[in-house]
Design a protein around this ligand. Structure first.
Ligand code: NDP
Length: 299
């Protein structure tokens, strides 16, 4: 039987509508959530991300500011910009687009952001809060995966979850979030022995690896929910010479026949990341002003 396709575009749109409704409510209290995005250098992919974030912020009715700094900007100048934004009460969320140019220390810059404005959830204090079960700003992609899982499965308590990948931005926070939902969590990675056997016991599989179509149908317990975070570009000669297409870390065509539900790539997890960035900005604004947080958009 074919799995339910978890449509990230429509779920992301629903999240964004809820964010926009909450923004409208905040405006009646005299609060306009504001997100400042800082981009250093001319990386083409980062420019597209930043542009899309700017559009989404405006659509949600929030204030948005973009600061583009040349690639040769000194780390001291970037830190000064971060400090200026930390001290600006109209700015509730600060996002410094990664990767930064090689002469800068990503960790130092991220940890210079005021933790309560760290809407990417990468600040060491937010990572620690998440790990110890305290209210935190949570990394947007894993937060989006969790909201999608809750929406589809309801109570996650007691479920076996396997997260494949242990990066700081996806795998580890995803595992922490699932632990927070009382799942029994296993993290698999490149040194895991017999990974297929490990994944086969999971009710929930989250693949965040960066290896095209690695997860095969015979790794999946029938009926499991499969979340594919991977974004991999592979050659697509069928579309013409030199053409490419985007695939996930899961072999969708075969896994869809075994899983109970699965996210496609593209159109699965991708659209949830920006929606959660908006949600985190609203949450940050509510916390800054001591107002009720939007329900179901934060942990
Ligand atoms: P990283 O490269 O930082 O981490 C990859 C993880 O996968 C590592 O922990 C690595 O293990 C593990 N891994 C690599 N090869 C294997 C293997 N053969 N078997 C098991 N585990 C393996 O990637 P990210 O976490 O940043 O991203 C993962 C994927 O998600 C990428 O495709 C990325 O493009 C995508 N992504 C999508 C987002 C979105 O949808 N918005 C946002 C962020 C990422 P080890 O630690 O042992 O090396």
């Amino acid at each position: 039987m074919s799995a339910i396709i978890l449509n990230g575009k429509s779920f992301g749109a629903r999240l964004r509508e809820r964010v926009a409704e909450h923004v409208a409510g905040l405006k009646t209290e005299g609060v306009v959530p504001g997100l400042a995005v800082v981009l250093v250098g001319e990386d083409p992919a980062s420019q597209i991300y930043v542009r899309n974030k700017g559009i989404a912020v405006k659509e949600a009715g929030m204030n948005g500011w973009e600061y583009r700094m040349p690639a040769e900007t000194s780390e001291a100048d970037l830190l000064a910009k971060v400090e200026e934004l930390n001290n600006d009460p109209a700015v509730h969320g600060i996002l410094v687009q990664l990767p930064l140019p090689k002469h800068m220390d990503d960790t130092k810059v991220i940890n210079a952001i005021a933790p309560e404005k760290d809407v990417d959830g990468f600040h060491i204090l937010n990572v620690g809060k998440l790990a110890t079960g305290q209210k935190a700003m949570v990394s947007c992609t894993p937060l989006g995966c969790l909201l999608l899982l809750r929406d589809h499965l309801g109570d996650l308590s007691g479920k076996e979850a396997v997260v494949i990948g242990r990066s700081n931005i996806v795998g580890k926070p995803m595992a922490q979030l699932l632990l927070g939902e009382s799942c029994t969590v296993t993290i698999a990675h490149s040194r895991t022995k017999d990974i297929a056997e490990v994944v086969r016991r999971a009710d929930i599989v989250v693949a965040a690896v960066g290896r095209p179509m690695m997860v095969q149908a015979d790794w999946i317990k029938p009926g499991a929910t499969v979340i594919d975070v991977g974004i991999n570009r592979i050659p697509a000669p069928e579309k013409g010479e030199g053409k490419t297409r985007v695939v996930g870390d899961v072999d969708f065509e075969s896994v869809v026949e075994v899983a109970g539900a699965i996210t496609p790539v593209p159109g699965g997890v991708g659209p949830l990341t920006i929606a959660c960035l908006l949600a985190n900005t609203v949450t940050a604004a509510c916390r800054a002003h001591g107002l009720p947080e939007p329900e179901g958009l934060a942990v």
